[in-house]
Design a protein around this ligand. Sequence first.
Ligand code: R5P
Length: 296
Amino acid sequence: MIVVGGPTSESLASKVAEELGVAAGKIEARRFPDGEKYLRVLCDVQGQNAAIIQSIHHTPDELLFEYLLLADTMKDLGAKKVTAFIPYFAYARQDERFKPGEALSFKTVSKLIESVGTDEIYTIDMHRHRVLKSSEVFGIPSHNLSAMPLLADYVQKLGKLEKPLVIGPDAEAEQWAKLAAERLQTDYDVFQKTRLGDAKVEVRPRRSNATGRDVLIVDDIISTGGTIVEAVKILFGQGAKRIQVACTHPILAPGALEKIREAGVEDVIGTDTVPSPISVVTVAPLIADELRKNRD
Ligand code: R5P
């Protein structure tokens, strides 16, 4: 088996390779003077099961294209099987034609990934609102892993919160709130969210009352931070004691982190599916566990 990190996920791939006790395969990636991408596989992949790790985050078009070049090249060089690990999978939100004529980006991206010979795909806490199973979009075996147990373990180790109430800021976050609460052996609830614009949301509480409680807010993505800030306002309004926030994908638009900290959140924790200043939890064990199951 060979583990190769695409240009944005080299560090994560090294951690996965280390977990597995194998050397990470090397590649070279740069731009030609005219802006085109150059990519070269520097390891021997002939007859191997190859795992490519490449998150598709802030510059998704470029990172997706790098994945396509990498997977296609590896198949061409004789890799027996190519498994894609795309920890953050951009374009999943455009899974429907909300207005006539819109591109179904999710579908197009999945078709591209399959077209270069990807045999199997893994994502982590993929943003799926309407698509409930990856198999509705992918024609190859697909799996969606969750980093929530790892995040909850980190929160536990920090040891700052006492039997926290776990809150998911919207209905979709129930899956993550449930997982984190199970791991922390505590209770959870979700808020209701209405999106009013790209950076504006309205959040309303449901049953729970955070009076006198420590709270852990969990979500898949923090982008502008608007969702978290609105949830924090409600929780402090109810009388919450301390609040920590954990997310799988710290996309963090400019100013997001500052906004969340100014709202009174003690710690904002993220994983390395997207490299960021708060990526303190690595998803390497999650990926390594899957690879161990399918080892040569
Ligand atoms: C949306 O449904 C997601 O789960 C996140 O809540 C959302 O992407 C966060 O975005 P923002 O930080 O911009 O509010």
